[in-house]
Design a binder for this molecule. Structure first.
Ligand code: BG6
Ligand code: MG
Length: 226
């Protein structure tokens, strides 16, 4: 039976808006306070990963990780979130990445459902600030999932809530862990960013303005049959 796309699930940070950069800057500030340095290459591993998992990966670069209590780790994660909240305070609709509003408009006009699949606890707040909440039929954020990306749960949750078969879903991501999650959900993966990190996506573009609705749908229909 021919498949037809019925739901597109969008990642937030790095796809809809450039908050991926703010996460990087906030983690870098915290890491420096702890005497830990990391670069953008390492940061690719943090994309799409939950707050506490990101902290664990950063602490593993230093020497003190094993000696920290759960309370101390929570304090560090909360401190990072404070830096992040300062950075996103001024966020507004002008911070929607190029091409994304046109993509959401075309998506909606085509009658295909729209969901958010984000690992961030700040996701609903950011969508509100971007004035995009009304586009979304369903929102999955960190509060709804027990297993974060690369586990497929973020994406399967959205499909289950809307009653749509996974093979009729498309996921859009900027993180390697996010593409893994979409692929293991049995959905069609679209990635935005570099080939070096995202070569495992079914379809990849360099920049958000290259995320064109008709192109995505065409690629979905032309995917090799299993
Ligand atoms: C993801 C980001 O969307 O959300 C990660 O890609 C981030 O970098 C994660 O760590 C958790 O975000 P928050 O806002 O709950 O700390
Ligand atoms: Mg992302």
């Amino acid at each position: 039976m021919a498949h037809a796309p019925q739901l597109i699930i969008y990642d937030l940070d790095g796809v809809i808006t450039d908050t991926a950069e703010f996460h990087f800057l906030a983690w870098k500030k915290l890491a420096e306070e702890l005497g830990i340095t990391f670069d953008r290459q390492f940061n690719e591993q943090l994309k799409g990963i939950s707050r506490m998992d990101s902290l664990d990966r950063i602490l593993a670069l230093g020497e003190s990780a094993a000696s920290l209590s759960a309370e101390e780790k929570l304090e560090l994660a909360t401190r990072k979130n404070g830096y992040y909240l300062e950075l996103i305070e001024e966020i507004n609709p002008g911070h929607i990445l190029p091409g994304i509003e046109a993509l959401l408009d075309d998506n909606k006009q085509a009658g295909i459902k729209i969901a958010l699949g984000s690992a961030s606890k700040n996701a609903p707040h950011i969508l509100d600030k971007l004035e995009l909440s009304d586009y979304f039929d369903y929102i999955v954020d960190a509060a709804q999932v027990t297993k974060g990306k690369p586990d497929p749960e973020t994406f399967t949750n959205a499909a289950d809530a809307l009653g749509i078969a996974y093979e009729n879903c498309i996921g859009i991501e900027d993180a390697a862990a996010g593409v893994d999650a979409i692929n293991s959900a049995g959905m069609f993966s679209v990635a935005v960013g570099e080939q070096a990190h995202l070569g495992h996506a079914h379809y990849r573009v360099d920049h958000t303005q290259d995320l064109v609705f008709q192109d995505i749908i065409e690629r979905f229909h032309n995917q090799p049959k299993a």
